[in-house]
Every structure is written in structure tokens, then in C-alpha cells.
Design a protein around this ligand. Sequence first.
Ligand code: IMP
Ligand code: MG
Length: 182
Amino acid sequence: METYADDIENVLIKADEIESKLAEMGEQITRDYEGRHLLLVGVLKGAFVVMADLSRHIRLPLEFDFMAVSSYGAATKTSGVVRILKDLDHDLKDRDVLVVEDIVDSGLTLKYLLKNLAGRKPATLEVAALLRKEGIQQVPLDIRYCGFDIPNEFVVGYGLDFSERYRNLPYIGTLKPSAYGG
Ligand code: IMP
Ligand code: MG
């Protein structure tokens, strides 16, 4: 049934661990923004799974928007080049904005995005990321809500892809070398 399982080397974070972490993050966000009206900004494509699952643990009036950026193409190393492929539909002025990310790796994508979004004068601007790779951020970033710190390995699943595949895996795992086409 699960056609990708043969390509996975290690499961780093199981589906139920992700689920309970997102529940915790959602509760925290609900407390922190009590009485306010939040705009979630998802960074496509990777964040769509986290966005869907995290948002259902946030007990607040929510609006959703999405931005598409590209940083990697098919490769597994960051290029530092960020392109906006799709911009937001909402005006951010005076809004409480929470950016939802799948993973913060070098941090270059997020740094670029935050600078861009801050220029639109939101009332508040914070970040929720499911994963953060330990110790390799090239720029210090304040991630208000972070799910898991993981080792500096390339991971797939839960929205994260390799060459557009594996996004639908319900857990986070590493790929066998053979899965890279080697
Ligand atoms: P950064 O700019 O290096 O922080 O990378 C940001 C983007 O690269 C993420 O939003 C992902 O789309 C992608 N990325 C970074 N690390 C991984 C990984 O381990 N697996 C899959 N995609 C990744
Ligand atoms: Mg992404």
C-alpha cells in the first residue's frame, strides 16, 4: 500500500509524534493569540501538510494565505536564491501574521521571506516551523514555534519532497542512496 516505504532508510519522526507535537504547538498558539484574529501564511509547497494539520489545533478565527517560493529545484542543497512564484492574496497591513514552514535549513528562504513580509507592515510577524536543522542556520532566526530540531540530514515526508516525491509520507524519514537515483 505504501509504495515509498522501500526507499526510506530511517524513520526520524513517527506520524503520531508529529501529531502530538502539532497539537502542542496549536495549543500554545491558541493561548498566545487569544482574542485575536490570525492570518496563517503557508510557504508552498512543503508547508501544505503542516498547515492543514497544525491549523486544526488552533482554536481561533483563522484566515489562510499561501506563498510559493523556490529555493532548491530538484537538488538537495540550498542555492541561496529565492524566487517568489506566487504572492499572497491578503494585505498584511496591521494583521497578526504567522508564517508556517515545513523546515528551516540554512534559513536563507525564511530570512528573505521575513524581510519581504515585514515590509508590508503587519501588526505582528512570527514563525511556526515543524523542523529545524540543528546548528547550520547561516543567519540567526527567531522561530517562535519550533516542532523538532533534527540532525543535518536530508529528510522527506510530511510535505517535504525529493524531486517532488514523498510529500505524502505521514512521517519524516531519510532516503536510501538508491532512492536518489544512484
Ligand atoms: P533553506 O532556505 O535552506 O532554509 O531551505 C528552505 C527550503 O528548502 C525548505 O522550505 C524546503 O522546501 C527545502 N529543504 C530544506 N531542507 C530540506 C530537506 O531536508 N528535505 C526536503 N526539503 C528541504
Ligand atoms: Mg518549503
